[in-house]
Design a protein around this ligand. Structure first.
Ligand code: ATP
Length: 250
């Protein structure tokens, strides 16, 4: 489980996260929605230990991220929004490097490599240098890197951005398999169809606070709207959509 408790963050005295609290249970997919600039990436970076919160606490698998950063990171896979691949390395070399950094060696390392190669359909690029990789190829390698040590928790920042239909489908299939294996998954997205299809639970963030939390159907019911998109717009912007797509302030 990932727990975010009363987290606050400011940039140059501007509050970006305000007393934020939520949890991401094991074996569930939780979506984090919000308008541009709502604070999603900041929140994901704090959970990942890449950024320090000014106040509050984050734990991953019971480990406080600020106090036990490395141990918490071992329990976490991260697919970020600006992934750097080492362009001179082949996929196999790149993943071997990260697997080594996670303490994998010998047979365990071989098994881990084999497992992500098959699961993420990496055969055709396995021995290619990553320079010039397409968006879909980059995503698969990033996901393989995140999963190489089989973490119990996975965080993804807009993972389907720029992906074609097949790559997005492979990603969704992988996330559903991981959920079935008990992984706690948190992903940010702007794509409502994908959020509806994948999520057990949705968090709607607006200006650094959670303004809605529940199963997609619950949010639709609570906001009295007929679709997740309208429900999101009502919660995140305070605008209730009409059947013509126009909006009125509530
Ligand atoms: N390092 C930083 N320094 C100053 N301000 C920052 C920094 N990082 C983020 N911000 C600001 O914090 C706010 C939240 O940014 P964040 O990237 O978390 O939003 P987001 O919800 O992920 O947006 P998007 O959907 O556009 O990716 C924005 O106003 C952004 O400009």
């Amino acid at each position: 489980m990932i727990r975010v408790e009363s987290v606050g963050k400011q940039f140059a005295s501007r509050s970006v996260l305000k007393n934020l609290s939520f949890s991401v249970p094991d074996g569930q997919i939780t979506a984090l929605l919000g308008a541009n600039g709502a604070g999603k990436t900041t929140c994901l970076r704090i959970i990942s230990g890449l950024l320090k919160a000014d106040s509050g606490k984050v734990s991953v698998g019971g480990l406080d991220v600020a106090r036990h950063r490395l141990a918490a990171r071992r329990q976490l896979g991260i697919v970020g929004d600006r992934e750097g691949l080492y362009e001179r390395l082949t996929v196999e070399e790149y993943l071997t490097f990260f697997a080594g950094a996670q303490g994998l060696a010998g047979e365990a390392l071989e098994r881990a490599l084999e497992s992500v190669r098959v699961e993420l359909e990496l055969d055709s690029v396995w021995n290619r240098r990553t320079k010039g990789f397409s968006q879909g190829e980059r995503m698969k390698v990033s996901l393989a890197r995140a999963l190489i040590h089989r973490p119990g928790h996975l965080i993804l920042d807009e993972p389907t951005r720029g992906l074609d239909v097949l790559a997005a489908r492979l990603l969704r299939k992988t996330l559903l398999q991981l959920r079935a294996q008990g992984t706690a998954i948190l992903f940010s997205s702007h794509v409502m169809a994908e959020v509806s299809e994948l999520s057990d639970s949705v968090l709607v963030m607006s200006e650094g606070v959670i303004v809605g939390h529940g199963a997609p159907e619950e949010l639709m019911h609570l906001s009295g709207t007929g679709s997740l998109e309208e429900s999101f717009v009502a919660l995140a912007y305070g605008i209730k959509g009409t059947s013509h797509g126009e909006g009125v302030l509530v």
